[in-house]
Design a protein around this ligand. Structure first.
Ligand SMILES: [Zn+2]
Length: 466
């Protein structure tokens, strides 16, 4: 069965057919490195990771590009306030971003272009637009994209979002990178150097200045993936103006269709409300780790809702993630024990095909988890009945690994058990050996108080988180 995805461009679910299969060019708008990424940002990046992993599962050869926006209005403000250099300011957040990405087990993109290292490509793209009469220099030395001229060439501005052009006044300009659709206006491609920019500027044929945010993504995506490519992802808040402007700049310069499939992830609420620092429901990944949750639990939680549905992220939900993962861990752990008796394998269980059928349907993740937990239930039952042969268990483990290559949650490893808990477990084993059962029981109670149960199995004691 083929993969179907919701394409914002056609506003419908479409069969996925890349331009040159099995190759897939995929671009995801990356972080603006002026602060730590918050959990709403991470929802988009985990969604993007799911898309990449699933395309690879379907044997597509994905080239994954994610840019780093390291020059933009908010960054310049941050550099000024922190009284530091651009590179130093953005470098710290860029490093933190990739560390967080690893914590969430997101695969590293193949290309991570930085805007400041693509100024030449950005300038040449702006020159193309000026040469085609779609962009113009204003009196202040900035270069703007003319929506009127672009539409005059028969191009369509408003491909992702329906816009009311009757309310628009031709030639009106907006210099800020972020604006509402009510203020559709000519937007800045190159911003003339202003006193508040300090020493953040580059020379250009239009005079000293810096690029606007939107043109950065057009220049970097086309440099790596070509003038037309397959998939462009981002959060739904980027549909307008960022992605609409990306299409206009790219198609205005090349005359070719820019992207075949636009995928957008929906918003995230925290405890039912829009995340904001003043409401106290604003979480970076680091805030959640400090509360004792793991990257794995947070990833699982972000992967429980369909990407096009608003997701209500709650701390209670994260507790639920612990329980759900423990069920998977326990099942996989038992399978390993059973499978370990001999190494033979039989054909794959139907877990993989049912899981894949669910995700083929516009990444129906709820149905996919449904398949996983049904499999956990059935497997546990078979193990309890002692009716699962070791070769069946080995095949089941293989199937689980294939499924987990998409989910990326892995299984709990010994390394995740804190050293203090391992030391207590060892002390208990020693006490039992010395037949000091009173001491062994006391240690077992202590472990329980710390949230761990110890089970004696034929292979020795096993620790499990409560
Ligand atoms: Zn972008």
């Amino acid at each position: 069965m083929g993969l179907k995805l919701f394409n914002t461009l056609s506003r419908s679910v479409q069969e996925f057919a890349p331009l040159a299969p099995p190759k897939v060019g995929m671009y995801c708008c990356g972080p603006t490195v002026y602060d730590f990424a918050h959990i709403g940002n991470w929802r988009t990046f985990v969604f993007s990771d799911l898309v990449r992993r699933y395309l690879e599962f379907k044997d597509f050869r994905v080239t994954h590009v994610m840019n780093i926006t390291d020059v933009e209005d908010k960054i310049i403000r941050g550099v000024r306030e922190a009284k530091t250099t651009l590179r130093e300011f953005t470098g710290q957040y860029e490093t933190a971003f990739f560390a967080d990405m690893k914590t969430l087990n997101c695969l590293e993109p193949h290309h991570k272009p930085r805007a400041t290292e693509h100024i030449a490509e950005i300038i040449s793209l702006i020159e193309k637009l000026v040469a085609r009469g779609i962009a113009y220099e204003a009196a202040d030395g900035s270069v703007y994209f003319s929506i009127e001229k672009y539409r005059g060439c028969g191009c369509n501005y408003g491909q992702l979002l329906k816009l009311n052009f009757d309310e628009m006044r031709a030639g009106e300009r907006v210099k800020s990178d972020e604006y509402a659709k009510e203020s559709v206006a000519d937007f800045a491609l190159w911003k003339a150097r202003a006193p508040e920019d300090g020493d953040i500027f580059w020379p250009s044929p239009f005079g000293e200045g810096r690029p606007g945010w939107h043109i950065e993504c057009s220049a970097m995506s086309m440099k790596v993936l070509g003038e037309s490519f397959d998939v462009h992802l981002g959060g739904e808040d980027l549909i307008f103006p960022h992605h609409e402007d990306e299409i206009a700049q790219s198609e205005g310069a090349t005359g070719k269709p820019f992207v075949k499939y636009w995928l957008h992830g929906a918003h995230l609420l925290v405890e039912g409300k829009k995340m904001s620092k003043s409401l106290g429901n604003f979480f970076t990944l680091r805030d959640l780790l400090a509360k004792g949750f793991t990257g794995r639990e947070i990833r699982y939680s972000l992967l429980t809702a369909h990407y096009r549905e608003t997701f209500n992220f709650t701390l209670e939900g994260l507790q639920g993630a612990k329980t759900a993962l423990a069920r998977i861990d326990e099942c996989v752990g038992k399978l390993r024990e059973v499978a370990g008796r001999d190494g033979q394998q039989v054909g794959p269980a139907n877990l993989v095909s049912r899981f894949s059928a669910a995700l083929d349907d516009d990444l129906n993740i709820s149905a996919a988890w449904g398949v996983v937990f049904e499999w956990v239930r059935e497997t546990n039952k078979r193990i309890a009945e002692n009716s699962l042969s070791s070769s069946e268990a080995a095949a089941a483990l293989d199937a689980w690994e294939k499924v987990d290559s998409v989910l990326g949650i892995g299984t709990k490893s010994e390394a995740e058990i804190p050293a203090e808990i391992l030391a207590l477990a060892e002390a208990r084993t020693a006490a039992k050996k010395a037949k000091d059962f009173k001491c062994a029981d006391a240690i077992r109670d202590e472990l329980k108080a710390k949230g761990w149960v110890i089970e004696d199995t034929p292979k020795g004691p096993k620790l499990k988180k409560i």
